[in-house]
Design a protein around this ligand. Structure first.
Ligand code: BGC
Length: 364
């Protein structure tokens, strides 16, 4: 009896080896996915989609969120390296990620900079993101159209206040420069009067006065409240350039508490197509957002990862190879760029719901 049991156990164990042997064949290569934060909704979608796509291509994959803390994210990257990851998809918190990227390079682990350029590093070759300059241009154009800027005059200017994203995120600069590409001529002619700090480009020293550390909503809300009580106290703002939806809603909240704006809010831009902002657009509180389909970015990234790991030449469906190079400060990298889509009250149903990104019932 004892012998039979033993035999059975050995047989089961042997079957286990065979099974894990098969599984191992499919999952020898691990992909580590490091996302920067969860307080901005999109990253949870990015993380989930990357994980699903990597797993369905037969990779072993893990995702970690850095909570906007670079030290924490570096630790997560070290853990991926310890576990033997062969490739890392990194949406970095800030430039402090370079030491972890350098450790990866020493281990011959490929790094793909995801959505955000990793600045200050020469230890990676791949960058995949959306056309972020175009995201900014969409924001600028939405203000231009909503305020009919071509008809505005110096005698009766439109009053606009500027906000930008995190000073440690290269994207924040690109969004701002894209938006100012559209707005700058109107500032020059006097048709637009900027209220508060008035940088014209992200390289202007005043840029840091309009940035929002780590894209935190409470920081933007407090800054908006201060503006309403100081620089903007004597005018009625026509528009606010807000870089993303999380900050747009914080800004709208601050304005809504001011008597001046209870019946008519300023035009407020955004980006990401967050569910609460889609509701705000439907309700006429937020003017627009820019949809960057995280499903497409994740899919393209895993296609890129798969090609790299198989030693094939990447040919990524739905992404164009950028004409310009992105300067990390240490090297130039070319990017795979996906197309953003402008979203307004007129097309939010087609873009956000018909595409299956949200269900109608999600928009509360
Ligand atoms: C992303 C935006 C996001 C922001 C804050 C940027 O790098 O491109 O989509 O809203 O970070 O998380």
């Amino acid at each position: 009896m004892k012998k039979m049991l033993l035999t059975a156990t050995v047989a089961v164990a042997a079957a286990g080896i065979v099974l894990s042997g098969c599984a191992k064949k499919d999952t020898t290569k691990m992909i580590g996915i490091a996302m920067p934060e969860t307080h901005v909704e999109r990253w949870q979608k990015d993380g989930a989609a990357l994980l699903e796509d990597a797993t369905s291509k037969g990779y072993k994959a893990e995702v970690a969120y850095g909570d906007a803390d670079q030290g924490k994210q570096n630790q997560q990257i070290q853990d991926f390296l310890t576990k033997g990851a062969k490739l890392l998809v990194v949406g970095s918190v800030n430039e402090g990620v370079v030491s972890a990227v350098s450790d990866a390079a020493k281990d011959n682990v490929v790094v793909i900079a995801y959505d955000r350029l990793i600045t200050g590093s020469s230890d990676y070759d791949y960058y995949i993101t959306f056309d972020n300059y175009k995201v900014g241009q969409f924001q600028g154009k939405a203000i231009e159209t909503a305020l009919d800027l071509p008809s505005a005059t110096k005698a009766k200017p439109k009053y606009i206040t500027l906000f930008a994203g995190s000073p440690t995120d290269n994207n924040a600069k690109v969004f701002f420069d894209g938006a100012m590409d559209i707005l700058r001529p109107y500032v020059a002619s006097g048709a637009v009067a900027l209220v508060g700090p008035a940088p014209q480009k992200s390289s202007d020293p005043d840029f840091t006065k309009i940035t929002t550390e780590n894209w935190k909503a409470d920081i933007a809300k407090t800054r908006m409240e201060n503006l309403l009580n100081n620089d903007a106290a004597k005018v009625t703002l026509d528009a606010i350039l807000a870089p993303n939806d999380t900050l747009a809603r914080a800004i709208i909240e601050a304005c809504s508490a001011d008597d001046k704006y209870t019946s008519k809010l300023p035009v407020v831009t955004g980006q990401d197509g967050e569910v609460a902002s889609i509701a705000a657009i439907r309700d006429g509180k937020q003017t627009m957002t820019v949809f960057k389909d995280t499903r497409s970015l994740a899919k393209a990234t895993i296609e890129l990862a798969d090609a790299i790991l198989k030693g094939e030449t990447p040919n990524i469906a739905g992404a164009r190879f950028s004409d310009t190079e992105y300067d990390t400060g240490k090297k130039l990298v070319k990017a795979y760029l996906l197309e953003p889509v402008i979203v307004t009250k007129d097309n939010y149903k087609a873009v956000m719901i018909d595409s299956g990104y949200y269900k109608e019932s999600d928009i509360k």
